[in-house]
Write a protein of this length. Structure first.
Length: 338
């Protein structure tokens, strides 16, 4: 066994990823990345920059290239130790695309048609409803199943894709025996669905152009401004009510996730104070949460040689593990060995 393989092999495996289709947001941090860091001691973790997924929507080449590096710096700056975690870029490991093709032959058209993310994206990109947008979940299933993953820490919007991954794995295992480990989604109780600050009924999304998005590398003054402008309602009570008060409830969710406070504590803290003080306090809590991440990411981004070394080593280890599964899959299907 090559010595790039860590002794953590007996631990259970985690796989997760973020698309470099925009800069990392407060939503992806609270919904996913923060849990990656929390879980990274107990599991053998692979965290990927899923560039193959990003091109289902057109990306300017220079932007996707620089975002991949910046995303890697932000993964590390969030607290992911590159010695303990395998950090890599998806297109560096061809097995993802290879298994994706195989799995697409075990995924039903009807299943893919039911994916809410496909329906959403097809509406938003009516001029480019490409086949990749439709088969995206089979690539995601390949990402997860290649590493015999036990746990997939994601925000709520990815739950349906992880469930489809389980259905595909079940179908494949049903035909060929136990080839794939059955993965479970890991979705946080607080922070699983952070909404836009300006349109609180819509998910905060890195690829949206509205101003209700907060990015991990935003300057403190921009973050404070975004929270001051956050949409609330005509009432003045800080109270959690997703139906009637989506803006206030979203801010409470962000504040709870940033500070660890309960909704009851937050309601008590701002009783009788109105929204001005509340919005400023939430903004300041987010500034403090993100400050060390931005500072460390900016420092790391100056060291391209270090980042290159991390993603190269990451791809080597990921390739080794992925090829083990791919060989097994090819053998089970009946392909002639090379
Ligand atoms: P992506 O790039 O859209 O988002 C990355 C992660 O961040 C979470 N997230 C959010 N959580 C809470 N509130 C939000 N507003 C918010 N926005 C994003 C997402 O749920 C996700 O966990 N298909 C995936 C990427 C992927 C993947 C995988 C994930 C590809 N292969 C394999 C896990 C395992 C995606 O588009 O995530």
């Amino acid at each position: 066994m090559p010595d790039t393989i860590s002794p953590a092999e007996e631990k259970q495996t985690i796989f997760s990823g973020v698309k470099p289709s925009g800069d990392l947001t407060l939503g992806s941090y609270l919904g996913a990345l923060r849990n990656w860091v929390d879980l990274s001691e107990q599991y053998d973790c692979l965290y990927c920059i899923v560039d193959l997924h990003a091109i289902t929507v057109r990306q300017p080449p220079a932007e996707i290239r620089s975002r991949c590096l910046s995303q890697l710096a932000q993964y590390i700056a969030c607290g992911l130790d590159p010695v303990k975690n395998t950090l890599f870029i998806q297109s560096h490991v061809p097995a993802h695309a290879e298994l994706s093709w195989v799995l697409s032959c075990y995924t039903m058209y009807g299943e893919l048609s039911r994916m809410t993310q496909f329906k959403d994206k097809a509406t938003k990109n009516a001029e480019n409803i490409n086949a990749g947008l439709f088969t995206y979940p089979t690539l995601m299933a390949a990402d997860i199943l290649l590493y015999q993953t036990n746990l997939v820490p994601v925000g709520e919007d990815q739950k349906q894709h992880v469930e489809l991954t389980r259905d595909i794995a079940n179908r494949f295992n049903g035909i060929y025996g136990d080839v794939f480990t059955m993965p479970e989604p890991f979705i946080p109780e607080v922070g699983a669905r952070i909404m836009s600050l300006t349109e609180p009924r819509q998910k905060m999304s890195k690829s949206d152009t509205d101003t209700g998005c907060v990015y991990l590398l935003d300057r403190p003054e921009d973050i404070l401004r975004a929270f001051k402008r956050a949409v609330t309602d005509s009432d003045s009570a800080v109270r959690f009510d997703l139906q009637e008060k989506p803006g206030v409830s979203n801010l409470m969710g962000i504040y709870a996730a940033a500070t660890g406070k309960s909704y009851a504590d937050i309601e008590a803290e701002f009783a009788g104070q109105g929204y001005g003080a509340f919005k400023s306090t939430v903004g300041e809590a987010v500034v403090e949460l993100l400050r060390p991440i931005r500072e460390e990411a900016e420092r790391l981004l100056k060291d391209k040689a270090y980042l290159t070394q991390i993603y190269t080593e990451g791809a080597n280890r990921a390739t080794f593990l992925a090829n083990k599964t791919l060989r097994k899959v090819y053998k089970k299907i009946g392909f002639v060995a090379k």
